[in-house]
Design a binder for this molecule. Structure first.
Ligand code: ATP
Ligand code: MG
Length: 395
């Protein structure tokens, strides 16, 4: 039978070493936990107590959903489901602990130790005494188990507060820093595998994110756009609300196609994407742009191409997956749950207008010269694209 745990103890590491900023980080973590749990149900209480964060659960809640919500909160290193018992003396404490053991580790036959922490210093029995006493009672009740204080397979933890907190299980959190502690960035989110992973990774550093997607109807379909909305929604489970800017890029693309050498299309297009993304980034008070580029992955992701794209940006461009192999990015995409959506086979505006032999080492000078051929209409087209941009809030 599944125990109905009363609470979760939240463990966090990185933020604990932040000195004076610690409280800001803890408050952000509490806020993020609340946000994530709000999707799961009502009645959770998240409280900061004596350097710890506890999530107190309502009487009825979905354990798996709660677990899955906590697994998505950056800043959590580990979390433990906790049973809470009234403090009614040591005999009753032993009975409660044995009942906990029977339910959580039925028939336990491995090594264990008991570890007690007295948060309530006035408690009349020392931690060592509680450890010894409970250890004996567990040995009696689980005769096949044995004590190993150095390297036990199971650590049964007790925290003596106003009530008695008992826990022994733990789950891994995603680590990182709570979103909202590191400023904001604008992610160029395509329907591919890489950019959702890039968005996840930057959010993991505590950065709040918004996104921009360039679509090219009728060359790209409504379903291709929906796929990006779906991806944003998955990333938002980790990052919190995302404002997704959907830019109609068709006229700009067609104009570039008409005016510029075809082997330079990708790079010129990418430069206009960056310019427009930067416009929205400024509007949303972002401090940087984020892409899913990785060096050498495709022709447009050589060092030269990346330099040529950066040249039009005044904001820093962050590329969290820059040093990752495709396989590593795929693994992460699977882990965070974006992969299956990313591989749905809808067209992408970059592949439609792609040249057979794109330049792989563009010279900024040459590209700039080609762009002068766009002078007549490009400003008006950019303004139009910005003006008609649709903003979709997800998460
Ligand atoms: P992804 O898997 O993220 O689509 P990719 O390997 O397909 O990346 P490119 O098509 O070269 O690579 O795009 C590089 C980056 O440029 C993307 O990771 C993304 O950040 C951005 N980008 C490309 N196309 C679009 C688009 N239509 N809308 C928004 N951003 C885009
Ligand atoms: Mg792509």
């Amino acid at each position: 039978m599944q125990l109905m745990y009363h609470a979760f103890l939240i463990k966090y590491a990185e933020i604990a070493i932040k000195g004076k900023n610690r409280y800001l980080f803890e408050d952000a973590l509490v806020r993020e936990i609340r946000r994530s749990l709000a999707r799961t149900g009502e009645g959770f209480k998240v409280e900061k107590e004596q350097g710890r964060i506890y999530v107190y659960c309502p009487e009825e809640y979905d354990y798996e959903e709660t677990r899955s919500a906590l697994e998505k909160v950056f800043g959590i290193v580990e979390f433990c489901p906790v049973m809470i018992y009234e403090d009614q003396g040591t005999e009753r404490m032993a009975e409660d602990v044995l009942s906990y053991m029977e339910k959580t580790h039925p028939g336990y036959s491995g090594s264990f130790k008991v570890h007690t922490r007295r948060a309530k210093k006035s408690y009349p029995v020392t931690s060592m005494e509680v450890n010894a006493f409970l250890g004996e009672r567990i040995l009696e009740a689980f005769p096949a188990s044995h004590v190993d204080v150095h390297d036990p397979e199971l650590v049964l933890r007790l925290e003596i507060r106003e009530r008695i907190y008992v826990y022994s299980l733990s789950y891994k959190g995603p680590g990182g820093m709570p979103v909202g502690t590191s400023g904001k960035a604008m992610v160029l989110l395509s329907g591919g595998i890489d950019s959702p992973v890039a968005g996840y990774m930057i959010a993991k550093r505590g950065v709040t994110i918004d996104a921009v997607y360039f679509h090219a109807p009728p060359y790209t379909s409504e379903r291709a756009k929906q796929k990006v909305v779906d991806l944003a929604r998955i990333v938002a489970q980790y990052s919190g609300r995302i404002r997704l800017h959907v830019v109609n890029f068709t006229d700009i693309q067609l104009y570039i196609y008409e005016q510029c050498p075809h082997d330079e299309l990708t790079i010129i297009m990418r430069r206009y994407m960056m310019r427009i993304a930067e416009h929205f980034a400024e509007e949303c008070r972002c401090l940087g742009l984020v892409t899913g580029e990785s060096i050498g992955q495709v022709a447009s992701q050589t060092m030269q191409s990346l330099a040529a794209t950066d040249e039009v940006c005044t904001m820093p461009v962050y590329r969290p997956v820059i040093g990752m192999d495709k396989q590593e990015i795929v693994e992460l995409a699977r882990k965070i749950g974006t992969f299956d959506t990313s591989i749905l086979p809808y067209e992408d505006c970059c592949t439609i207008f792609v040249a057979k032999h794109p330049v792989t080492k563009p010279s900024v000078k040459v590209i700039r010269k080609s762009e002068t051929k766009l002078e007549e209409k490009i400003d008006a087209l950019m303004e139009e694209a910005i003006r008609t941009t649709e903003v979709i809030e997800v998460g």
